[in-house]
Design a protein around this ligand. Structure first.
Ligand code: AQP
Length: 341
């Protein structure tokens, strides 16, 4: 059976990159897969979070999942810290992964910056926890943005080393070869890496100090219009073919956003807007973004009006996730040789 797992950190403003690169794909995969979608709060605390804000953000990501169209009854939606198996398996993976592997992770280098000595141990070990999130459910597919590709490769390396290191014990415990699956990333479509609206060389990100760099899922029509109109562009009109976007990162980004929002492709968008001035194209992009994101923001706001209903969804999802997770933890303990009663 094919199972999808993915997570989003409750670290602040969810933006168009999170939506197009991840959450929109989560929604689509519900039709064909068993899906588990997680608010990864243990990942969030690898950098300090204000406790009140963290609580609000956990509920806000949950509201965003549901407002975007994830069905928490047909699939599983929960927050990571409510299922202890994530932390337990992450510890075992800390003992499987090698320092050298983690030293190569570019996200750690970017997030730790120059002051690496002062980064938390959790931030360094973050990819091991991510591998645990995925493999706890023996997920076969993980929809993510391009920025997570390296972490998915590490997840496969951990699964492979675990399967090798414990191959005799895996067989002795009656499991088929390869206890953990080699999970496939699902990175596809025209917006796997949405860039900042202010700088075509930088990823759109929650932590960018400029709010004009991103479109938040909660932005109203005026905010979306202002941000798109102010988005950096070059002076040339749009090219009529995709080839012409090479070397024009800002144009490429806006065309990719348009294509993803319209469920279309960059070449189809350029067939309609090739040779158009940016002012014309940006006007159409504002209309499209407002039409697609407006209802999501409004629904998020409505859902946030009843926090106990959100907490009930998380509790129900955690209960169902725990059934799968506990079974994996029991099996892994037996494989590794940890005595349990
Ligand atoms: N710019 C992006 N384009 C496409 N996909 C993106 N994702 C994030 N940014 C983009 C995808 O969204 C999912 C959830 O991301 P996350 O919140 O777990 O972590 P992140 O990648 O660290 O997100 P941010 O916004 O960049 O946060 P900060 O600023 O805190 O680092 C993932 O699937 C991710 O690929």
């Amino acid at each position: 059976v094919e199972r999808v797992f993915s997570g989003v950190q409750p670290t602040g403003n969810l933006h168009l990159g999170n939506y197009l690169g991840a959450i929109k794909r989560f929604v689509e995969l519900q039709k064909t897969h068993d899906c588990i979608y997680c608010v990864v709060d243990l990942h969030a605390i690898t950098v300090w979070q204000d406790p009140e804000e963290l609580r609000r953000h956990i509920r806000e990501v949950t509201a965003a999942f549901i407002a975007c169209g994830i069905d928490p009854k047909a699939h599983i939606v929960f927050n990571q810290s409510q299922v202890s198996g994530h932390a337990e398996l992450a510890w075992i993976f800390n003992c499987v992964a090698r320092m050298g592997w983690l030293n190569r992770m570019t996200q750690f280098k970017e997030k730790a910056g120059k002051d690496r000595e002062n980064a938390s141990v959790g931030l360094f070990a973050y990819p091991d926890l991510m591998a645990a999130d995925i493999l706890l459910y023996r997920a076969t597919h993980v929809p993510v943005g391009e920025d997570q590709k390296q972490h998915l490769e590490l997840t496969r390396d951990i699964a492979m080393k675990f399967n090798n290191d414990f191959s005799a014990s895996i067989a002795a415990n009656g499991h088929a070869d390869g206890y953990f699956p080699l999970t496939e990333p699902l990175i596809a479509g025209p917006a796997t890496r949405v860039m900042s609206l202010r700088d075509g060389a930088k990823k759109m990100s929650k932590s960018d100090p400029s709010d004009f760099s991103r479109i938040n899922l909660t932005d109203d029509a005026d905010a979306i219009a202002t941000k798109v109109r102010r988005a950096k562009t070059d002076p040339e009109p749009l090219p009529s073919e995709e080839e012409g976007l090479k070397g024009r990162p800002e144009a490429d980004n806006l065309v990719g956003i348009f294509a993803a929002l319209a469920d279309s492709s960059k070449s189809a968008v350029l067939a309609d807007y090739g040779n158009a001035q940016f002012s014309t194209f940006k006007g159409a992009l504002v209309d499209l973004a407002v039409a697609k994101l407006g209802p999501i923001g409004a629904e998020m706001q409505r859902l946030m009006g009843d926090l106990s209903a959100i907490d009930a969804i998380l509790a129900d999802g955690a209960g169902r996730a725990r059934v799968i997770a506990d079974e994996t933890i029991r099996q892994v303990k037996d494989i590794v040789g940890l005595v349990r009663s």
